[in-house]
Design a protein around this ligand. Structure first.
Ligand code: PLP
Length: 378
């Protein structure tokens, strides 16, 4: 059987990883400033993470959500403490898309409405239809006939004021748009969403799948604006490579048996991985590290005149390149062995491990200086 060919691939096969580094089959070493799309939060194969998974495998790896699982409770407790949302409740699932699906479902359950406001260039996942194709009276809700989604430009106050009303179930927004090219919602715009959602009786969903888990220097990107959300979705950095996702749910939303569910969500291995990640973020003060190195990178990037529109927070950084430098990301990879991310058309995205060191940050700056010098646009 062949693989279904949906991914454009680099001809590089990492076979070993540690911290911010990857090695291919030939033993060539690469600096990973992408983390497989913001997934590697505490560093590849962090010893605490490896130990947690190994020792869990020696005990129990899976049983269904029909029995007590105190690892889930421990994870929720630690997440509540570190995230600043101790009063929210946690629903565990397996991926970012699933977390968003569940958040949208909850919004429709709670409000009885099916209209959703989302923002242009947002990315919330790739699923559709599983609920709509399910004939189970227990989960029949307004969304079963499909949500109605309205897309607005990010930060457009007038468009938002015109769209929000008492038909809206939820407003969903990324803490910082990732796939859309590191676009930041204004703090004042986020505050407006909170107040207008309250007035309209709609729920505010913060998608922190990419921007959460300490990446921006605070646990969630929206916390820079001093706001709180009704529902927060998480995945990626949550498991440092082990698939796990979740929804943080406002305590006024009351659960009932069968309201949400999943086979694999909250399994023992995922919880062991998730708990190790939180302990390392806390113990190694990785949020402070992300804030410090992010500021350093942004300051240094600003010294290159060829680099345009530098933006981001902590270790979630984007910058644009003129067309003449469109090949820079490939040069960084093939000439300097540095993985970065991209967004169309010419945006470079930096999403390294939150345990990145200054020496590693400097390797990138030196490679960048060398490339820009070569093309005489330094
Ligand atoms: N939300 C955001 C902001 C994302 O960036 C992504 C994935 O890139 C998702 C949701 C979907 O997550 P997953 O691929 O784990 O389903």
């Amino acid at each position: 059987m062949k693989l279904f060919d949906v991914y454009p691939l680099f001809a590089i096969e990492p076979v070993k990883a540690s911290g911010s580094w990857l090695w291919d089959r030939e033993g060539k070493k690469y600096l990973d400033l992408y983390g497989g799309h913001a997934v590697i939060s505490i560093g590849h194969n962090h010893p605490r993470f490896v130990e947690a998974l190994k020792s869990q495998l020696d005990q129990i790896s899976f049983y269904s959500n029909s029995v007590k699982n105190s690892l889930q409770e421990k994870l929720a407790e630690k997440l509540g403490q570190l995230s600043g949302y101790p009063g929210h409740h946690l629903f565990l699932c397996n991926s970012g898309a699933e977390a968003n699906e569940n958040a949208l479902k909850l919004a429709s359950f709670v409000t009885g409405r099916k209209k959703i406001i989302a923002f242009k260039k947002a990315f919330h996942g790739r699923t559709s239809g599983a609920v709509a194709a399910t004939d189970n009276p227990k989960i029949v809700a307004p969304f079963n006939a499909g949500h109605e989604i309205v897309f607005l430009p990010l930060n457009d106050v007038d468009a938002f004021r015109n769209a929000i009303n008492e038909e809206v179930a939820a407003v969903i927004i990324e803490g910082i748009q990732g796939v859309g090219g590191i676009q930041l919602p204004d703090d004042s715009f986020l505050r407006l969403l909170v107040s207008e959602c309250k007035k309209a009786g709609a729920l505010l969903i913060l998608d922190e799948v990419q921007s959460g888990y300490g990446r921006t220097g605070k646990f969630f990107a929206h916390q820079h604006a001093g706001i709180e959300a009704d529902l927060i979705t998480i995945a990626k950095g949550m498991g440092n490579g082990f698939p796990i996702g979740g929804v943080l749910i406002h305590p006024t939303i009351k659960p009932w048996s069968g309201m949400l569910g999943t086979t694999f969500g909250g399994n023992y291995l995922a919880c062991a991985a998730g708990l190790a990640v939180l302990e390392v973020i806390d113990g190694q003060e990785l949020m402070a590290n992300a804030a410090k190195l992010g500021t350093y990178w942004m300051e240094q990037l600003a010294t290159f005149p060829a680099i345009l529109h530098i933006r981001g927070k902590g270790l979630m950084i984007g910058f644009d390149l003129p067309d003449s430098l469109a090949g820079l990301r490939k040069d960084l990879l093939f000439k300097h062995s540095i993985f970065t991310g991209e967004a169309k058309p010419n945006t470079v995205r930096l999403l390294p491990s939150l345990a990145l060191t200054k020496a590693e940050a400097d390797i990138f700056l030196e490679a960048l200086a060398a490339e820009l010098k070569q093309t005489a646009v330094l």
